[in-house]
Design a protein around this ligand. Sequence first.
Ligand SMILES: [Zn+2]
Ligand SMILES: [Zn+2]
Length: 642
Amino acid sequence: MSNIKVSVHEGDFLELAVGSTVREALEALLSNKQRKQTVAAKINNEIVDFTTVLTADTVLTPVKTDDAEALDVLRHSAAHIMALAVREIFGENVKVAIGPAIENGFYYDFQRDEAFTPEDFEKIEARMEEIVRSGLPFTKTEMSSTDAVKKFGAEKEPFKTELIQELGRDTVSFYHVGEFTDLCKGPHVPNTSFIKAFKLLRVAGAYWRGDEKRDVLQRIYGTAFFDQKALKKYLNALEEAKRRDHRKLGKELELFTMQDEIGPGLILWQPKGAQLRRLIEDYWKEEHYKHDYELLYTPHIARQALWKTSGHLDFYSENMYSSMDIDEVQYQLKPMNCPFHIGVYNSGKRSYREFPIRWCELGTVYRYERAGALHGLMRVRGFTQDDAHIFVRPDQLEDEIFNILDLNLHILKTFGFGDYDIYLSTRPEKYVGSDSNWERATEALKLAMEKKGLDFEIDPGEGVFYGPKIDIKIKDQIGRSWQCSTIQVDFNLPERFQMTYVGKDNAEHQPIMIHRALMGSLERFIGVLIEHYAGVFPTWLAPVQVRIMNITDSQIDYSEKVYRQLRKVGFRVEKDVRNEKLNYKIREAQVAKTPYMLIIGDNEKADGTVTVRLRDGKNLPAMSIDDFIDKIRAEVVSERGY
Ligand SMILES: [Zn+2]
Ligand SMILES: [Zn+2]
C-alpha cells in the first residue's frame, strides 16, 4: 500500500498509509494535551472531523476548543446526543427530522403525539449527562441511497427517507453515537465527552421543511459550550434579554397591544406608547427641519399601474397585499413611499439650482410577512418608516451622503446609541445603471464615510440591484446588534419615472435619488428602544415624567394645583390622589418606571414645596415647584439637546 504525507501546518510531515483517518494522523502529529483541545481539523478551509479518511498528501489545521468554528461542531454534536437521549427515553414513537447547529445553540425537530414537558426536559438532560460522561465516539459509515431508503423505511422514519430521496446521491453518510444512527455529513466532535456544558432551553412548533402545509414538529432548542462558565454567562445574558423583552415591558408599561380581532402584526398604540411615539416623531421632524428637509404626507394606496411603473409588481409583489377595486380601477396598499415622493418631484419642472431636494415623511406602509415570522414590534405587517428621499446632482452625492450620516449619527446618539457597525454594500451580479455610475457612487459613499471618520466594512456584491448602500447596525446597552439605518443610492427609479432636471447647460438630466431611513421603522425602533433602556426611559422620552401623590385627603387640593402648574408648562404628569397608602402608590409608580414622584404631605402644602423621589428609590430634599420645573427642564435639554 502506498503512503501519503500528512502534516499539521508548517510542522514536520509524517508518512501514513493511504486510507488513514484524521484521528490517526492527529494522534501521531499532536501531543496528548494538544489533542484534548482539538475538536476537528481543517483541510483547505473545510472542517472535517476525526473520522475523515485521507487519500492524498494533506495539511491539517487543528480546530481547537477556543476557535469560533469549534462551537458549531460541538453544538451540532450535542443535537445528536439529544436525539439519542430522546430515542432512549421515548422509544420508536418519536420520529426524528433534522438537528443543525444555529446561532448560539442547536435544535432537533421531533415528531411525537404528546408535547414535551419541563419534566421531559429534565429526563432528557439527565440522560444526555450520562451519555456525555461515558465519552461515546462519533463513528461514520456510508451506504448506498437505495439501501438507506430501505433502512429508514423499515424503521418508519419518513423524514429521513424524504431527505435521502431529495439529496439524490449514490451514497449517503451516517454517523453513529451509541445506539443512534443519523443521516449526516458531519463534522462532529471526536466523542461525547467534549460537551462540557449544555442546557435545553425551550420547545416550539416548527413546520417540516418550514412549509406551513406540512407536519408540525416539536423543535427542542438547546445550547452547548466547552465550559460551564461560558454556559452560565450565556444563560445570564438570556435572562437579561428576557427581562428586557419589549413584548413583556410593552404590556407592563401599557405601551402597545395587539389583538386577534384586529389582525396579527397590526399594532394598537396605547396612550403611553402613543405619547412615546409622538415624542420621537416630534424630535425627528424638528431635527429634519433644522437640517433643511421638508416634510411630506402621502396616501396609503395608489393605482396598481403606479406599482407596475415602479417595478414593485414585478419584483416585490410577494410582499404586497392583494388589490382592491375602486370605480373599476385596481388599487394597492403601499409597501414603500418612494413612488409618491417621485410624484411630488414630477409635479413641477426641476432645476439644478433647487438641489439637493430633501423630502422626509413618516410614511406608513404595509408588507406581507408570514404569520410565523411576526414578532412583537420587531416584525409587523403595518409600520411607519422614517423615510426620506433626497434628489441630487452627481457632483453633490458625496457631500450629501456626509450630511445624511451626520444627521443619522446625531439622532442615534440622542437615543443613546453611540456604538455601531457600518457596512458598505457594493454592486451585485445583477444590476441596473452604468458601471461608471456605480463606481462613482460607491466611491462617493466611501469618501463620505472616511471624511466623517467612520470605520466600515465592505460587503462585496451585497448592494441592491439599483445602487450601492450603507447599512448601520446599532449596539444596545447589553451589546446586541440591531439593523436600523440604511442609505441607498438609486439609479433605477429616476429612469423608470423619467425624472429630469434642467442643468446649468440648459439641457435635461437625470437626478440621482437617495432612499434613506434612520430608525428603519418607528415600530421596530421603539421595540429596540424599550429593550435598550429596559423600559427605564430618560426623562425626555418618558411617556409620564412625573407622578404626583398625596399622603392624605387634606392635600388633594394642593396636589391638583401642582398638577395643573406642571401640565401648563408642558410636562407629562399624572396624579394619584386615591385613598391608598403612600407605599402602595410609590410601588406602582416604580413599576411604571416614572422618573419623578412628587410626594405631597401637610408640610409641602404649608411651604408650597414638593418632595421629590426618584425611581431608583433616592429622595431629594423638598424644593419649590419652580425649582423642580427648572430641574426637569435642564435635564430634558441636556438629554435631547434643546
Ligand atoms: Zn451530524
Ligand atoms: Zn424609497
